[in-house]
Design a protein around this ligand. Structure first.
Ligand code: MRU
Length: 317
């Protein structure tokens, strides 16, 4: 593990003595480092829904452990799978992980899936680092770090790998309203890794670009359609439009478990609507948690298999 890396087991693990899925509570970071124990698949689903654990690959890993927990407890497995699958709609890693465990929902298989995701992160980060030049000033949105992937990170993994190669000057971190995954989680992870960072208001990204202070934008993804259209945290689309206006490359870094070849384009990706109370309890509010960035705005999609460019129907197939 590199400097400041979280141990994958600190983020999410299955305990078998007194069976439980144990999660680092991401709602309380960075102020408090505390765990939540889930003793039933329904509790795991609730932890995913309430974002104790979040980030597309980490959601999938938690659900895989949740299904293994159901098997250990002799629960109704199709029902456990249904409850887990319904916890959040946008990240395709969730149904992907459950499908991987179907038929053999053992602890070993869930752990192997977790290890596989972390391994994919390291491989895609090495490919993504090739896109950085000495002195790169990057901008990222939300948290696509080890917390979001069960270890190492996708977009943050790319930043780690670039920093190790001494290619990264600093990272602008969008605070990522309304739940502040950038200001709380990405900033915490980059600080632990010793990577220079500055948290900025989401609405400040355009002016930093106009001042020539951003060389590239790098984000993760929750679901990538067959044509390369990409769902990610709300605000990602705006960043991609701004990057195009300023001729700054916009890169997506995600494992193959985030690819959804069954979904032809972004219009078919389900977008989660969250409680308006996350925005305001005083007024009517609308709170979509994700948006879709059209493939045409994405300079490259990086997976563990390499750097993919348009046309994505061919390069991702
Ligand atoms: O609502 P969240 O925090 O689960 O949203 C997470 C994101 O949008 C991440 O960028 C995405 O899941 C990629 S995680 C490697």
């Amino acid at each position: 593990m590199g400097r400041g890396d979280l141990d994958p087991e600190q983020i999410v693990r299955l305990e078998e003595d007194v069976p439980a899925v144990v999660l680092l509570d991401q709602r309380r970071l960075p102020e408090e480092v505390v765990e939540v124990r889930c003793s039933t698949p329904a509790e795991v689903a609730d932890a995913i829904r309430t974002m104790v654990v979040r980030g597309a690959p980490a959601i999938g890993i938690a659900a895989a452990y949740g299904l293994a927990l159901a098997a250990l407890g002799g629960d109704d497995l199709p029902e456990a799978e249904r409850v887990l699958a319904a916890s959040r709609p946008t990240a395709v890693n969730l149904p992907w992980a459950l499908a991987q465990l179907r038929g053999e929902p053992t602890a070993e298989r869930a752990r192997a899936l977790h290890e596989g995701e972390v391994d994919r992160c390291r491989r895609m980060a090495a490919h993504a680092a090739e896109l950085f030049r000495p002195g790169t000033r990057a901008l990222t949105h939300c948290n696509a770090g080890g917390l979001a992937t069960g270890g190492y990170g996708s977009a943050v993994g790319a930043l780690r790998a670039a920093a190790e190669r001494r290619l990264l000057e600093r990272v602008l971190v969008d605070e990522t309203r309304p739940l502040l995954q950038g200001a709380r989680l990405t900033a915490w992870e980059l600080e632990r890794a010793g990577i220079p960072l500055a948290v900025i208001a989401d609405s400040a990204a355009g002016s930093f670009m106009a001042r020539g202070e951003v060389d590239l934008v790098v984000t993760g993804a929750d679901r990538i359609a067959a044509n390369g259209d990409t769902a990610n945290k709300i605000g990602t689309y705006s960043l991609a439009v701004l990057a195009a206006h300023h001729t700054i490359p916009f890169y997506v870094v995600a494992p193959s478990s985030t690819l959804d070849p069954e979904t032809p384009d972004g219009s078919a990706i389900p977008i989660e609507e969250r409680d308006p109370g996350e925005l305001t309890s005083r007024f009517e509010a609308s709170n979509p948690a994700f948006d879709v960035t059209p493939a045409a705005l994405i300079a490259a999609i990086v997976t563990e298999n390499g750097v993919h460019r348009a046309p994505y129907e061919e390069s991702l197939a």
